[in-house]
Design a binder for this molecule. Structure first.
Ligand code: AMP
Length: 250
């Protein structure tokens, strides 16, 4: 689903479901688009496409950790340190944070999808800077749903926002062309963001922006000389269901 108000991106959501869940989920998405804190959507697109079951990959979620910080300044400092631990240059990290904070779409607001940034040159690589790249065809494996809920409940984190971001970060981290991800929400009420990587997992940071700000987004840090068409194709189209994280990494 994606919803907009004029040029403004309001909300989006991606699921990978069995036929029997389609009507209920489509209705929940419509509800979300019509009652979003970013505004009431004026145009809502729902796209439903068949995916052959045999093509669906099954993978474990990334490990999950939380870094509690007092405010967004501390949070951004924490994000910078985590990205540098993965091997990103400090100057690149600072530029990336400024890019997200300034509103990465050409009109200065949130994009519909993610930015791709070359880890060496720092250049933006996505073909359309208001759309970005939307990762799709991903979900929790229904067989793992209750185990994942238990895990999250034990951490007092059992809410759909955490699950959505965790699944999204886990799909992005499957592709070795992407070194790391930085995200904070465009929802004015949701201040938590994260750094994610195959190396260190999904690292939530409790504050990455000021309350009330509608500027947020995602940056995927891409290795140089990546075949972008192939990468974008897999991010958008490769269907993946996620199970609980592998215990030794959790
Ligand atoms: P959210 O975490 O839903 O508040 O989204 C924050 C930002 O992340 C959005 O403004 C988009 O720029 C980006 N984003 C959201 N969903 C996706 C997705 N499925 N794939 C790539 N980027 C996304």
């Amino acid at each position: 689903m994606r919803a907009s108000l004029g040029e403004k991106h309001i909300s989006g959501a991606e699921r990978l479901l069995v036929f029997a869940q389609l009507e209920e989920t489509a209705s929940a998405m419509l509800h979300r688009a019509l009652r979003h804190p970013r505004g009431v959507a004026e145009r809502i697109f729902l796209t439903l496409q068949p995916v052959p079951r045999a093509q669906v990959l099954k993978r474990p979620l990334l490990s999950l950790s939380t870094f509690a910080v007092e405010d967004w300044r501390q949070g951004r400092q924490c994000a910078a340190e985590l990205l540098e631990q993965i091997g990103l240059r400090s100057s690149l990290v600072q530029r990336a944070i400024s890019l997200l904070a300034a509103g990465p779409s050409p009109c200065g607001g949130a994009m519909r999808g993610a930015m791709l940034v070359d880890v060496v040159s720092g250049q933006r690589l996505e073909f359309d800077q208001s759309r970005g790249v939307r990762v799709s065809r991903l979900d929790i494996d229904p067989a793992a749903q209750s185990a994942i809920e238990l895990l999250l409940r034990a951490k007092h984190l059992n809410n759909p926002r955490v699950v959505e971001a965790w699944v999204l970060a886990s799909k992005v981290a499957l592709y070795p062309q992407i070194v790391a991800e930085l995200c904070w929400s465009d929802d004015p009420d949701y201040l938590t963001g994260y750094v994610a990587s195959a190396q260190n997992g999904y690292q939530r940071i409790t504050h990455l922006k000021e309350s009330g700000s509608e500027i947020g987004g995602r940056i995927y840090f891409v290795r140089p000389a990546t075949d972008l068409v192939e990468l974008i194709d897999r991010l958008q189209l490769e269907p993946v269901l996620f199970g609980a994280p592998i215990p030794e990494y959790y």
